[in-house]
Design a binder for this molecule. Structure first.
Ligand code: C2E
Ligand code: CA
Ligand code: CA
Length: 650
């Protein structure tokens, strides 16, 4: 049993191992580097031995033999030198190493036979030279063959075996001593060589592991683990590369950035695992639908597409809308069918964007625009948007330096009970009179301040002013005040609002805080928590611009609301538009079912008012009753009732 195992392990040492392809390649590389050196040592010492035998041994031995061996060796040297820079496949490396194994045996036998053939001709000096030649040459060959363990073993076995047998058989004490000495030295060397080879092997394996690790790290760093798409980091790198290519070739390059509409409600309603599966499905659809362009996931529900050589603008938008249409199709999940859409912003190099940053910012701006004006569709960044960007940037920079306390003021628009024309309260609306820009509408500067993240610095002075003004009103009047998502998406934000209410001395029960549905899309958890805190204080909470967002009923139920405000867009020409009529009717029914008050905004004409009365609406706000008024006219309006005021104004 032991003998067979020993036999097997000897056979293992004598043949090339083929299990690890990387090891084979590494062996091949190390081997080819050392081969010319081995042949150089072999030939130089062979010729040294041959020359000392000139005239003593026959010339076929001193010249013919070495010449033949030299020719054979030179052929191999040339071969190895030519293949030095060749990167072999594992199969080729294996074949070459096996061939080297066989050749090692053949060369060892040839040189040994030639050396022995010289022994009978020389005196003691020359015979010692033969012994020295064989001993020293075999040692250097073993060293050179270190990385092909099997070849080193074959050479050691053949040369040493023959050497020891031959010189011990001479019974000459010096030669016997040399033979024993060589045997011991070679045994020691073989063990060093084995250790060396093992080190070499483990070095190759560990390098292999670290290569695999760095490939894995590269994947982790550049791929989105959920969807398998390239991630944000890969996106910016790819955008840089593609942009450079486009610059050099003079071609156009389109960038599309996308954001899902209604993704957050899916997450809230069905849970994150459904949300995750939805994102995976979106990634699959994107990859399917894209041909020449690459999709990326930038994070959350944001995706991007880099499209080299895009078609002209019109066709580009058509193609992009084919993508948004595909993403709008229902997603069938075991938990139910999910509906989301995707808005896309596109910018094209070099049309209106020259750098990577500009391309991204402008596509992002077009996306923002799409979200606001054309949800679920693609918008191409154009010169109108460019003008708007410049205006926005100007407004933002002036706003950041403005003396907000001084420049911001409020006007108040009455909310009237249409059953008895009694004024219920006023909505405070911001006004900004800038020394450099003049009067700027809140419809402009509020969204800009929100995007710039500075809206809370506007809210605080406005809120203080609104409460101070309302403190001077008749206690029967309520105050409505508009809040932004940013005011509510942190605990410190809501605490600062509560602080302002408390220090104003205004009764929180007379206060209605207006929040749009989109405020909840930012951070539903935190915003609902903030709203709950304000509700606890006694404040009313109105859902502003109701009907324009995408709130699900489940989400609305989860909020401690006290009022809906039906958006103006459904009220305009209500009496002539059956669809608006139906919407207002169902929103009124919904608010009644939920036990909530409902304010109808933007009533401008008697016809609209008549339709609202017919639908059973109660609280109304709009130019028909009054535009927003300066503070000094508030009490005057409230003391007249809405009807009288209208009559007087008319
Ligand atoms: P909103 O909260 O929906 O306010 C109603 C807007 O509609 C006001 O515009 C008001 O003047 C206008 N409006 C009222 N009745 C009618 C009508 O019959 N017809 C028409 N065409 N418009 C009418 P305003 O004052 O320009 O405010 C625009 C938006 O700016 C507001 O919309 C609100 O979202 C925001 N905003 C205004 N003040 C503030 C504020 O202090 N804080 C925050 N966060 N947002 C504010
Ligand atoms: Ca409002
Ligand atoms: Ca509104």
């Amino acid at each position: 049993m032991n003998i067979t195992r020993a036999g097997r392990s000897i056979r293992g040492f004598m043949s090339v191992q083929s299990e690890n392809p990387e090891l084979l390649k590494a062996q091949y590389r190390a081997f080819t580097r050392q081969m010319p050196m081995m042949y150089f040592i072999l030939l130089s010492s062979t010729w040294a031995l041959a020359i000392t035998h000139f005239g003593v041994a026959p010339s076929w031995l001193t010249t013919g033999g070495p010449l033949l061996l030299t020719c054979g060796c030179l052929l191999r040297v040339v071969f190895w030198l030519r293949t030095r820079h060749f990167e072999p496949s594992p199969d080729l490396a294996y074949a070459a190493l096996k061939r080297a194994n066989r050749l090692a045996g053949f060369i060892a036998i040839s040189f040994t036979l030639w050396s022995f053939a010289l022994v009978p001709y020389g005196d003691a000096y020359l015979r010692s030279h033969v012994a020295f030649y064989m001993a020293i040459t075999v040692i250097s060959c073993i060293f050179c063959l270190m990385y092909v363990r099997s070849a080193a073993f074959i050479v050691a076995l053949i040369v040493n075996g023959a050497f020891v047998a031959f010189f011990i058989s001479t019974a000459q004490p010096t030669f016997v001593a040399i033979a024993v000495n060589l045997l011991l030295v070679c045994a020691g060397m073989m063990s060093i060589l084995l250790t060396n080879y093992q080190n070499f092997e483990s070095m190759v394996v560990s390098r292999q592991r670290s290569d695999a690790l760095s490939t894995e790290n590269f994947k982790l760093a550049n791929l989105d683990s959920l969807t398998g798409l390239a991630n944000r980091r890969a996106f910016f790198a790819a955008l840089e590369v593609e942009l450079e290519k486009a610059r050099l070739s003079g071609n156009r390059l389109a960038l599309g950035v996308m954001d899902l509409d209604g993704f957050k409600p899916v997450n809230d309603l069905y849970g994150h695992s459904v949300g995750d599966r939805l994102l995976v499905e979106v990634a699959i659809r994107l990859s399917d639908v894209l041909k020449a362009s690459t999709p990326f996931r930038l994070g959350g529900d944001e995706f991007a597409i880099i499209a080299p050589l895009p078609p002209e603008s019109d066709q580009l938008v058509i193609n992009a809308n084919a993508i948004t249409a595909r993403l709008r199709e229902p997603y069938h999940m075991p938990e139910g069918t999910v509906h989301v859409s995707a808005s896309m912003g596109i910018a094209v190099f070099p049309d209106l964007a020259l750098s990577r940053e500009q391309l991204f910012d402008r596509a992002d701006y077009a996306l923002y625009h799409a979200k606001k004006k054309q949800r679920g569709r693609a918008v191409l960044f154009n010169s109108d948007l460019e003008k708007q960007i410049n205006t926005d940037a100007k407004i933002e920079s002036v706003l950041k330096q403005a003396n907000l306390d001084k420049e911001l003021s409020l006007v108040f628009q009455p909310i009237v009970d249409i059953r008895n024309q009694v004024t219920l309260g006023f909505e405070a609306l911001a006004r900004w009179d800038s020394p450099t820009l003049g009067k700027v509408s809140p419809a402009y500067f509020i969204p800009i301040a929100e995007r710039a993240g500075i809206v809370s610095s506007l809210t605080r002075p406005l809120f203080k002013k609104a409460l101070a003004a309302a403190n001077r009103w008749d206690p029967s009047l309520r105050l409505s005040f508009n809040l932004s998502a940013h005011d509510l998406n942190s605990e410190s934000g809501v605490l600062s609002l509560i602080g302002i209410i408390e220090s104003s001395g205004f009764d929180p029960r007379r206060l209605d805080l207006e929040i749009t549905e989109t405020a909840f899309t930012h951070d539903f958890e935190q915003v609902s928590q903030s709203v709950a805190m304000l509700r606890c204080l006694g404040c009313g909470i109105s859902l502003d611009d109701f009907g324009t967002g995408y709130s699900s009923l489940t989400r609305l139920h989860a909020l401690p609301l006290t009022k809906f405000k039906i958006d103006r867009s459904f009220v305009t020409n209500l009496h002539q538009s059956p669809s608006s009529y139906k919407i207002v009717k169902s929103l009124l029914t919904l608010s009644a079912d939920m036990g909530l008050d409902c304010v109808i905004e933007g009533v401008e004409t008697e016809e609209e008012l008549a339709a609202i009365i017919a639908l059973g609406g109660i609280s109304v706000q709009g130019y028909l009753f009054s535009p927003p008024l300066p503070e000094d006219q508030v009490m005057e309006f409230a003391t007249l009732n809405g009807h009288e005021y209208r009559t007087r104004a008319g």
